[in-house]
Design a binder for this molecule. Structure first.
Ligand code: KIV
Length: 286
């Protein structure tokens, strides 16, 4: 069913059931207003911790806090009615132990009312994914280029260039899927790895810089609309240039204010557009 004609919020089993079917359309979302605009067009919105970079101006996602994710998660669930909303667990909020992950995931779900959470990691996180899913927390995995591991990886680089590293990423995806994840984001991997992973696991893969063969695709909305240009990954296609429009609007506003063209009568209280302000002058004169 197209997102526009949908009346109810898409569920985790709906997403899980799209394996091998119509591609899952996903975008990141971090505000109520954006969520409202995207809601008719996407199946899934991710409140991604990329907000650290595209919203807060950080140079990586490492400094993002649980409080930030909860605040933006709340805004997105408030702004949307149809899309499945998933919130990223930030760095340091789940890696310590399955118990820590459950405590923080339950907080995120309770505070934001999102449908599930996403966490990064492969085989080493499988036990945590099992712990969470068995206790009612739907988990989306994230393998390949994992931005929270940027310091270990030495930068944002496509992964799976050697046979050994490709095999490790496949093993990671399998481990997370077998542990109960309802879908797995596959980021920044060299083809045909995205296809291999998609064939190897029985839950949907959502690609970002991965492969057209993935069961769905996700991009960071600010990349899609041209609102973030500090760093543009090869895989990000720009569908609009809102950044240029914002700068143009700001320049025109500034020029109107400086020339006293703004505010005009119609923007002021007490003037009536019809009588050119005569009535309000009379009122003021008493
Ligand atoms: O944080 C994020 O926006 C993400 C997507 C890139 C998948 O994890």
């Amino acid at each position: 069913m197209s997102a526009e004609t949908r009346t109810k919020r898409i569920t985790i089993p709906d997403i899980r059931g799209r394996k091998g079917g119509e591609p899952i359309v996903a975008l990141t979302s971090i505000s109520a207003q954006t969520a409202k605009l995207l809601d008719d067009h996407v199946d899934l919105m991710l409140v991604g911790d990329s907000l650290g970079m595209v919203f807060y101006g950080m140079d990586s996602t490492i400094g993002v806090s649980l409080e930030m994710m909860i605040a933006h998660g709340r805004a997105v669930t408030r702004g949307s009615k149809k899309a499945c909303v998933i919130v990223d667990m930030p760095f340091g909020s789940y890696q310590e132990s399955p118990a820590q992950a459950f405590r923080n995931a339950a907080l995120v779900m309770g505070e934001t009312r999102c449908q599930g959470i996403k966490l990064e990691g492969g085989e080493e996180m499988a036990e945590t994914v099992r712990f969470l899913t068995e206790r009612g927390v739907p988990v989306m995995g994230h393998v390949g280029l994992m931005p929270q591991s940027v310091n270990r990886l030495g930068g944002f680089r496509a992964q799976g260039r050697t046979e050994e590293s490709a095999a490790k990423i496949v093993a990671d995806a399998k481990a997370i899927a077998e542990a109960g994840a309802f879908s797995v984001v596959v980021e920044g991997v060299i083809e045909p790895l995205g296809r291999t992973i998609t064939d190897a696991i029985d839950v949907p893969t959502i690609g970002i810089g991965a492969s057209p063969a993935c069961d769905g695709q996700i991009l960071v909305t600010e990349d899609v609309i041209g609102l973030f240009d500090e760093f543009t990954p090869k895989f990000a296609k720009r569908f609009a240039n809102i950044g240029v429009m914002i700068a143009k609007a700001a320049a025109e506003y500034a020029s109107d204010v400086r020339a006293r063209r703004f505010p005009a009568k119609e923007h002021c209280y007490g003037f009536s557009a019809k009588d050119g302000g005569k009535a309000s002058k009379k009122r003021a004169a008493g």
